[in-house]
Design a protein around this ligand. Structure first.
Ligand code: ADP
Ligand code: ZN
Ligand code: ZN
Length: 763
């Protein structure tokens, strides 16, 4: 490229290549030519990279006036161009990305790109329109046609507020068949033209819930007072532990009200699943004259761009969104409060690099914005409970009673070992007790929620012979194949792997012993089939919610809406139904199998079970009618199940923390997990061992490292998996260790190694 760098350089920028892996961790320096000056921190620009000067997109990390000293007297290349859309992230988000990049061991370029929604990045919905206006001194030596004169007269009669005006609108007002007369007028200098660029999106339907604000209970007011006192006083962290239906959302709304007075802004994070139109409706109904931006994956691309732009311009007062909404470009000085609802929810953790935790990033963002952060949950994560009750770095606020008019459901544990014995050894889907309660609820016009945290029709295909232990496994993963029916009430089906999504034919006979095969166990599809066959309800009053029925997020919203309106009588599904539903008509919750998580070889198995059982049982008893929850389990004595059904969170949490402390597990320690992936078993094992040795060689005595071992899911999609974990008492020690390992190039996130800091899943 000739004449590439012949303009004088006026300043310097440090950039991070957008798609780079860890190769350029500290950023690269480029000169800014006069014609592109000024360039700001947070802009996306194009720079020449490598020997071939390949045009490459990069984020600006910092700007300096003076030339930095480069090692080896290297020539400083110049920036090629600014991104045509001049997208930029505010400076505080660039620093947040730097922190994330170092804390989560992720390259900074891709981290910055994670912050920007795809539609914004691609400029979807951006339209440029031309507006015209009358000029102050029109020429007096040009003869006008009748039509042209009419255009000028029409414009002159418009109220000044309506000018400048779009060309098509003016054409309509002046009854023009073509824009010719307007173009002539501007050529001759009678009209001035302006270009405006904005994001145009179709309006989206959003109901507004105008339910009146209830009078707060004493407990609620006390908490609102305590936290609102902290507004404007810098960073503070709060944990709101309130049983399901205790009125946490009312507290959020009161605090938002205080925080957005005088132009302040609030960010509210909810799990993606809870991000239903009802949540938005409730918020919008409470603040009718404020702007609420919703960062929602059910919106169209241009709508998402538009909502983001509304935040960036400072127009939005409240931002409501899932995990990534923590990156909403709210002006930092105006950000007055961050609220993370259902803070225990695992969907806040991203399972691709950067593997960040939305709640923890929110805490960081609040501390830099110097504002309070409120984490709320009926079943706080062990991390937050530890921080509030042992480390005292967060203030605990408690709501022990349900809101006035709501009752806590009666919970009954059913021992399925007895049910199995009664059914002569066959594992029944329903116990007698649950069957009776379903009939009773239906007779009393109640609504029913049934939870089964397993998709498909039957989770296992096995040999019918007791002497044979053949089970159908995925050819590419170390997992069982799950049987799915095409339709719940039709026999035809296929088997699918839930890890790599590959499908296979079902063999009729066992490949080992030629006995017939059978389909064992029940998933949501079989549950649906049983319900449809045994309950005399019209088919549209029964619905199933799981990731198979909600490929589009709008399907999820639609089903939840119909359930809320009472049109669906029986809703069954996976953990999706355990979250955020606040429906008065629910008189029965049935947990078909409380044990789906309990036996997982993951130290959070118990915590997850407790959360799931408490959350789903909490979905009933929200109206005036009596409500009941039935929990079916083969572990009727397991503390997670017993304490969840008794509503004893604190007892469970303290017990669990004691166990974690005895075994040195998070949150009493900080952990990083390295997952080594490769195509061959031996090579994977060898690389994992080598990684372990290297890590061991730089570990100080305060770092505990576990030797390499095959992961619970030993193989996924033909890739073998081994893991090594490292733990330390404090995050600081662990960070120092990671920094050392990164400097020595022992670790780096790539296809063959996943680095997971503060992992939430150990499978
Ligand atoms: P949570 O978020 O803890 O599940 P919500 O704030 O959604 O609880 O409250 C549950 C229900 O109780 C809602 O319908 C809400 O309007 C109602 N509610 C909350 N606080 C009060 C109160 N002080 N008086 C009467 N009803 C209330
Ligand atoms: Zn598979
Ligand atoms: Zn067999």
């Amino acid at each position: 490229m000739a004449g590439l760098f012949d303009e004088p350089t006026v300043s310097f920028v440090q950039v991070a290549v957008e798609r780079a892996v860890d190769r350029y961790p500290k950023g690269l320096t480029y000169g800014v030519p006069q014609s592109l000056s000024p360039i700001h921190v947070g802009q996306l620009i194009t720079v020449p990279l490598g020997k071939g000067n390949t045009p490459t997109e990069a984020w600006v990390l910092s700007v300096s006036e003076t030339s930095p000293t480069l090692a080896g007297n290297k020539e400083i290349k110049q920036v090629f161009s600014k991104n045509a859309l001049t997208i930029s992230l505010p400076e505080d988000l660039v620093s947040l990305a730097s922190w994330m990049s170092s804390y989560y061991c992720a390259a900074i370029g891709p981290t910055l790109s994670t912050m920007l929604p795809g539609p914004v990045r691609k400029g979807i919905g951006i339209k440029t329109r031309t507006l015209v206006n009358l000029v102050m001194c029109p020429p007096n030596d040009v003869k006008l046609t009748k039509k042209q004169q009419y255009v000028l007269d029409t414009l002159a009669e418009l109220p000044t507020n309506d000018r400048p005006i779009g060309i098509s609108k003016l054409m309509k007002l002046a009854s023009l068949g073509s824009r010719g007369p307007i173009d002539r007028l501007s050529e001759h200098g009678f009209l001035s033209t302006h270009q405006v660029t904005n994001v145009e999106a179709s309006w989206f339907k959003q109901n507004i819930d105008t339910k009146e604000m209830p009078t707060l209970t004493d407990d609620q007011s006390r908490i609102v007072d305590a936290i609102s006192k902290k507004l404007g006083e810098g960073y503070s962290s709060h944990l709101l532990y309130g049983v399901t239906g205790s009125g946490k959302t009312e507290i959020y709304m009161q605090l938002i009200d205080h925080a957005i007075k005088d132009g302040g802004k609030a960010i509210v994070l909810v799990p993606e699943i809870s991000l239903t139109p009802q949540t938005a409706a409730r918020l919008m109904g409470r603040f009718p004259d404020k702007k609420v931006a919703i960062l929602h994956s059910a919106l169209t691309k241009s709508q998402r761009h538009q909502q983001w732009a509304m935040v960036a311009s400072g127009e939005a007062d409240i931002v409501l969104g899932a995990r990534s909404a923590i990156f909403a470009p709210v002006p930092i000085d105006a950000l007055n409060i961050i609220i993370v609802d259902e803070e225990h929810d695992h969907s806040y953790k991203q399972d691709l690099t950067p593997r960040y935790h939305g709640r923890d990033v929110a805490i960081r963002r609040a501390s830099t914005a110097k504002c309070p952060i409120l984490l709320g949950s009926a079943t706080p994560s062990m991390e937050s409970w530890w921080n509030a009750t042992r480390r005292n770095i967060s203030t605990l606020h408690t709501l022990t009673h349900r809101a006035p008019g709501l009752t806590l459901p009666k919970v009954e544990i059913i021992n399925m070992r007895i049910a199995r014995a009664a059914a002569h050894g066959v594992m029944p889907v329903f116990s007698r007790e649950l069957e009776l309660e379903i009939q009773r609820s239906l007779a009393n016009e109640g609504q029913i929620l049934l939870l089964l945290n397993r998709r498909g029709f039957a989770p296992w295909i096995v040999c019918s012979s007791r002497a044979c232990d053949w089970m159908m496994r995925c050819e590419h993963c170390e997992t069982s194949m799950v049987y799915h029916r095409r339709k719940p009430l039709e026999e035809v089906g296929f088997v699918r792997c839930h890890h790599c999504a590959k499908e296979q034919r079902v063999p009729k006979i066992c490949p080992d012993c030629t006995k017939p095969v059978i389909r064992l166990g029940a998933g949501t599809q079989r549950l649906e089939a049983i319900i449809r066959e045994t309950i005399p309800l019209p088919s549209n009053q029964i619905a199933r919610l799981d990731t198979d029925t909600t490929r589009k997020i709008s399907d999820l919203h639609d089903t939840l809406d119909r359930f809320t309106r009472g049109e669906i009588r029986v809703l069954l599904g996976t953990q999706m139904i355990a979250k955020g539903l606040d429906v008065e008509g629910v008189t029965l919750v049935g947990v078909i199998d409380a044990d789906t998580a309990i036996d997982l070889p993951d130290f959070r198995a118990s915590e997850r079970t407790f959360q799931l059982v408490s959350q789903v049982c909490g979905r009933c008893g929200r109206g005036s009618r009596e409500a009941k929850a039935i929990v079916q389990t083969y572990n009727p004595q397991a503390p997670a199940i017993v304490l969840a059904s008794e509503g004893k969170y604190e007892e469970f949490a303290n017990r669990e923390l004691r166990l974690r402390q005895e075994t040195g597990l998070p949150p009493t320690s900080r952990m990083v997990r390295f997952v080594v992936r490769d195509d061959e078993f031996e090579r994977t094992a060898g690389r994992a061992d080598a990684l372990y040795e290297r890590l061991l060689s730089i570990a100080s005595p305060s770092i505990q490292i576990t030797p390499a071992a095959p992961c619970v899911l030993t193989r996924i999609a033909d890739r073998f998996r081994f893991d090594v974990t490292a733990s330390a008492t404090t995050a600081r020690e662990l960070q120092q260790f990671l920094e050392d390992a990164r400097q020595k190039k022992y670790i780096g996130n790539n296809r063959d190694l996943a680095i997971d800091v503060d992992p939430v899943s150990m499978l």
